[in-house]
Design a protein around this ligand. Structure first.
Ligand code: SAH
Ligand code: SF4
Length: 428
C-alpha cells in the first residue's frame, strides 16, 4: 500500500512540474514514506533522517517531508526528535502536500496534517498514470478491525471503500497504459462495500466480477484478504473467474485458538482449515501464503505447536512471518509478555524452515511442467526475460522484447531457491 501511495505522490508532484532525481544531494524536496507496523520499521525513519542531515546543511532550502504511518502515529512529535523535518503528512492527507510545500516555501513554518478526511484524496489526485504491467489499485482505505497487536486502525483511520466507478475508471486508465495484471489493495478487501453509481452497495466478490469484465486485463489479484469475511461467495468467484490468479494471501497470524482470541481475530484455526478446504475444492492447485506473528504475549510451546500443526495441515507455500512487536497504545502492548526473545527467535526460525521446505517442494513439482507466465520485463541479471507464474513465482527465460506484457508458455527447466528458469514453449 505504501508503494501505491508513493507512486501516487510522485504522480501528483510530477503533474505540478516537479522532476524526480535519483540523487538526494540534488533534491529540493525529500519525502520519506514510512511504515509503523513493527517498531524496527518506525526506527528506520529517524536513522534515515540522521543520515540525510548533510543534505540540509549543503542546501538549507531543501524541504524534508515525512509521510505514512509513522508520521500519523507520531505527528508533531517527529519535529521534536528531528528538527530538520518541515512537513508531516499522513496516509489520508498526502494530496494536500503541494499546499503544504507552498506554505513552507512562503516561510509559514513547519506544516503538520495527519487528519483522516474520508475519501477526499482520490477526488483531488491526478489520474493514476502508472505504466507497470502489474499495477496496484487501492480499493479501500483504513481498517476498523482493531486486532489487539496492530497499529494500522490508529494510523490509517477507519475502513472506507472507494466508489466502484472510480476504481473501474482507474483500472481502465492503467490498462490503456499497458497494465495486464491488477492487484486490488486494502487492509481487508473482503469487507469492501463500495457504492455503485445507482447508490446500491457493491460487495468484494461483486467487484471482482466487475473487474474481470475489463478487456485487456488478463490477471487479477488482491491483498490483503483477512479470513474474517472469506465467504462462500468469494470462493465461488475463484471458481468462476479465471483471471483470478492461483495465489492467495490469507493471513492467519497463529494456529492457536487461545492466541487468536487474544489477538481479536474472530476465527478459529478450524474455521481457517475449512476455508482453505472449500477453496481447494474449486482451485486444487492454489498456492496459499500467510502472515504469522510469532511470540505474541503469553504464547506457550503448545500454542506454537498449534501453529506448526496448522502449517503442516495447510502446507503453506510462503509466509511473511515476524516476531511480535509491541506497538504503542494497542491493547496487546499492555499484556504481560514473559516469553524470552531467544525463545521467540527459535520459534520463528523453526516456522520459517518448515514453510521453506514446502516452498521448495511446490517449486520442484513445477519442474518439467509448462507454466503460463506474464512477462514483466528484462531480468536484472543475465540476458533473460522475467515474469510471474500463476502461483506468483518469478520465472526467467530467453525471449524477445516483443513478449513483454504478454502471456507466454514456459517450460520449467530449473528450480532455484527464489526463482525458476525455463524455456519458451510457444506464444499465447
Ligand atoms: N490487514 C491485514 C494485515 C495488514 S498488516 C490482515 O489483517 O490480514 C500486515 C502484517 O503485519 C499482519 O498480517 C501481521 O502479521 C503483521 N503485524 C501487524 N502488527 C504487528 C505487530 N505488532 N507485530 C508483528 N507483526 C505485526
Ligand atoms: Fe491490522 Fe489487518 Fe487487523 Fe486491520 S485487520 S487491525 S490491518 S491486522
Amino acid at each position: 500500500m505504501n508503494e501505491y501511495d508513493s507512486a501516487r505522490i510522485a504522480d501528483m508532484l510530477r503533474s505540478r512540474n516537479l522532476t524526480q532525481t535519483d540523487d538526494p544531494a540534488d533534491a529540493d524536496l525529500i519525502i520519506l514514506n514510512t511504515c509503523a507496523v513493527r517498531e524496527k520499521a518506525a526506527e528506520k525513519l529517524f536513522h534515515q533522517l540522521g543520515r540525510w542531515k548533510s543534505y540540509k546543511n549543503s542546501n538549507p532550502n531543501c524541504i524534508f517531508a515525512v509521510g505514512g504511518c509513522v508520521a500519523s502515529e507520531e505527528g508533531r512529535k517527529i519535529r521534536s526528535r528531528a528538527k530538520t523535518v518541515d512537513i508531516v503528512f499522513g496516509p489520508q492527507t498526502y494530496h494536500r502536500l503541494p499546499e503544504m510545500i507552498e506554505r513552507v516555501e512562503n516561510g509559514d513554518g513547519p506544516q503538520i496534517d495527519v487528519s483522516f478526511p474520508q475519501n477526499e484524496k482520490f477526488g483531488v489526485l491526478p489520474k493514476n498514470s502508472g505504466s507497470s504491467i502489474s499495477s496496484f489499485v487501492t480499493i479501500m482505505e483504513g481498517c476498523s478491525h482493531f486486532c489487539s497487536y496492530c497499529i494500522v486502525p490508529y494510523t490509517r483511520g477507519s475502513e472506507v471503500s472507494r466508489p466502484v466507478n472510480e476504481i473501474i475508471s482507474e483500472i481502465q486508465t492503467l490498462r490503456d497504459n499497458g497494465a495486464k495484471e491488477i492487484n486490488l489493495l486494502g487492509q481487508n478487501v473482503n469487507c469492501f462495500r463500495g457504492i455503485n453509481s445507482d447508490g446500491s452497495i457493491c460487495s468484494f466478490p461483486e467487484l471482482l466480477y466487475r473487474v474481470n469484465e475489463i478487456d485487456g486485463i488478463e490477471r487479477l489479484k488482491f491483498t490483503t484478504s483477512n479470513p474474517i469475511e472469506f465467504t462462500q461467495e468469494l470462493i465461488d468467484a475463484f471458481a468462476d473467474l479465471k483471471k483470478i490468479t492461483n495465489a492467495l494471501h490469507l493471513p492467519v497470524q497463529s494456529g492457536s485458538d487461545r492466541i487468536l482470541k487474544l489477538m481479536n481475530r474472530s476465527y478459529t484455526s478450524d474455521d481457517y482449515r475449512d476455508m482453505v478446504r472449500r477453496l481447494r475444492l474449486v482451485r486444487p492447485e492454489i498456492s496459499i501464503s500467510s502472515d504469522f506473528i510469532v511470540g505474541f504475549p503469553t504464547e506457550t510451546d503448545d500454542d506454537f505447536e498449534d501453529t506448526m500443526r496448522l502449517i503442516r495441515d495447510i502446507r503453506f507455500d510462503n509466509s511473511f512471518s515476524f516476531i511480535y512487536s509491541k506497538r504503542p497504545n494497542t491493547p496487546a502492548a499492555a499484556m504481560e509478555d514473559p516469553i524470552p526473545l531467544e525463545t521467540k527467535k527459535q520459534r520463528l526460525s523453526q516456522l520459517q524452515q518448515l514453510i521453506e521446505t514446502y516452498t521448495m517442494q511446490y517449486s520442484r513439482e513445477m519442474h518439467g511442467t509448462v507454466q503460463e507466465v506474464l512477462v514483466e520485463g528484462r531480468s536484472p541479471v543475465g540476458n533473460f526475460l522475467c515474469g510471474k507464474t500463476l502461483n506468483g513465482r518469478t520465472a526467467n527465460f530467453e525471449g524477445s522484447d516483443d513478449m513483454i506484457g504478454k502471456l507466454v508458455n514456459v517450460k520449467i527447466t530449473e528450480v532455484l531457491p527464489h526463482s525458476l528458469k525455463g524455456e519458451i514453449e510457444r506464444s499465447k
